[in-house]
Design a protein around this ligand. Sequence first.
Ligand code: URA
Length: 443
Amino acid sequence: MRMYDIIEAKRDGHELTDEQIAFFVRGYVAGKIPDYQVSALLMAIFLRGMTDRETTTLTLEMMNSGDVVDLSALPGTTVDKHSTGGVGDKTSLAVVPMIAAMAPGEVFVAKMTGRGLGHTGGTLDKLESIPGFNCSLAEDAFIGCVRAHGGAIIGQTGNLVPADKLMYALRDVTATVDCIPLIASSIMSKKLAAGSNCILLDVKVGSGAFMKSVPDAIELAETMVAIGEGMGRRVEALITNMDRPLGRNIGNALEVAEVIDTLAGHGPDDLTHEAVMLASELVALTGICSRNEAERRARAVIADGSALAKLKEIVAAQGGDTRVIDDPSLLPQAALSRTVTAPRDGFVAHIDTEQVGIASAQLGGGRLKIDDDIDHASGIELLKNYGEAVREGEAVAVLFANDERKLAEGAATFEAAISYAGAEPPAEPLLYATVTRDGVQRA
Ligand code: URA
């Protein structure tokens, strides 16, 4: 078999065989096929697409390119939640302790997570703003922590899906990221290798997401649900709004503080609503109770403080300083701040959410390359979100940084990302649709 023939076949619109897909994934990971040939194939896939069978085969080959985590030693159902990436999306940090508190001894959350890249944040970076928090537990320590506390969150272990690490880096520099079969195989190979029985996918759609339209987001969700269900896992996807930042805080330590507030019952409505929705959907997916009962439990663990206590327990188990849970002002604080004000009376009529994410990265909270250092204290506190009324000169946001140049750069990007109008803009839903093995249900 020759890589040249595989590229040519896909270039000419043919369906690749399982053997051809195995040849290129295994050959690339083994260092036998050069980047330039894989780049050419990725572009051919981007332009020609893949059938469901090709996408499933690609996912399985990628999953099997490295370690596959075995969670079978845990005495209950294992669950995982994944977001396709957004701005201010800190729901994983809230949902893990909520679920651990909602179904102790029955449902276990073994969450492997990633770093932020470009305009999107990453749960790992947020957690690392908690002094001492250890995201690199070895597999047995990780499983021990999940067993003892009902949940744990770590970074992807070194040899999980090496094919994705290599291909993602190549896609990032060859304009082949936003391609449904490539995104679906990238996400699902990692979720399947991470070992959980039930997986909830939060597929973001809008100006701050990879998917810009609801039909594209549904197609991506359907592809991922079919792959996971075909592998014997229970998988569901929620299509949620990323045309505005989620919650009010964007940036690592700021987002941890907002999660603490939310679990204490004082969070912003949109974030609280979405965390409750995700936690109840995932617990219901395990089959241990109805969706209504799961939602009752999700609200109860916030109201009675057990979700916040569970977060503290998990932080302690992973070596973090639990004093930050009682006093979030102990999280890293920026030396500099700047208040952005409204130029006119009216409403926040549009937020270019991707640009807001870029502004947060420019303030110091994000990275352009995966190994760039980040400043955990920097970020944005949004005082007015989409649809809220403003008066001329009223504060819309406070920006935080530790460097004057970064503060000025982030402020310029942020100000250009917000538009105002005299009329109140239409209300937008948080949830557009739910995708299950039984089909698509519009919200
Ligand atoms: N997230 C991933 O893990 N992979 C993609 O391709 C896109 C988003």
